[in-house]
Design a binder for this molecule. Structure first.
Ligand code: E4P
Length: 217
């Protein structure tokens, strides 16, 4: 499973890179706005420090505008993935841009047919927002499961990015289902290796180590 970080914070990206498990980045307009920095400046900096796909989102709602913005974004760096919302206009833009070999991440997926449509149009990735479904008392993980079954049934190469991850169990469940990618906020990435028994074990080992004679280090 690939791990992307869901942030536009360069500091968080640099910290996550040091863990050695980061494969890419997803951003969205909200995450960029939180940085207080210019869109191009922040996306370019991220693309320069990350050796993997970086999703940057279009804001037009018409296919023509999405295509124009998508082409502009794709020209900024070779690792840009253009994020397009799943709308009828978005499908048109996905078709055109994917024919130009521009990689597309289809965003705001909340039902399996949206994912199937995006895959048929040529999307590289589909992003089911499972946490936002959980937020409204729906089973977000079931969406990821259904999309995986449907895309596998027909041999699509489109990859599933489990998105809107809220906690480590979302990552566990998405990995069990076989989602290709999880895009994870930094706060959750940090908690992925945490376990109270690990902390207690380390404490006890270090206490006992003090009793070992003639220590080499
Ligand atoms: C995915 O690409 C989105 O940026 C993201 O996962 C949205 O998550 P949120 O529901 O926490 O805003």
């Amino acid at each position: 499973m690939k791990f992307f970080i869901d942030t536009a914070s360069v500091k968080e990206i640099k910290d996550a890179l040091q863990l050695g498990v980061l494969d890419g980045v997803t951003t969205n307009p909200t995450l960029v706005a939180k940085t207080g920095r210019g869109f191009k400046e922040v996306i370019m900096e991220i693309c320069n420090i990350v050796n993997g796909p970086v999703s940057a989102e279009v804001v037009s709602l018409e296919a023509e505008g999405m295509i124009r913005e998508g082409r502009l974004l794709a020209g900024w760096a070779p690792n840009i993935v253009v994020k397009i919302p799943i709308l009828p206009e978005g499908l048109k833009a996905i078709k055109t841009l994917s024919q130009d070999n521009i990689k597309i991440n289809t965003t705001l997926i909340f039902n399996p047919l949206q994912a199937l449509m995006a895959a048929k149009a040529g999307a590289t990735y589909v992003s089911p927002f499972l946490g936002r479904l959980d937020d409204v008392s729906s089973d977000g993980m079931n969406l990821v499961r259904d999309i995986k079954i449907i895309l596998d049934n027909y041999g699509f190469n489109t990859q599933i990015i489990a998105s809107s991850i809220r906690h480590p169990m979302h990552v566990v469940e998405a990995a069990k289902i076989g989602a290709h990618v999880a895009t994870i906020p930094y706060s959750v990435i940090k908690s992925l290796v945490k376990h109270p028994l690990t902390d207690i074990g380390i404490k006890n080992f270090l206490t006992d180590w003090e009793k070992v004679p003639e220590k080499p280090f």
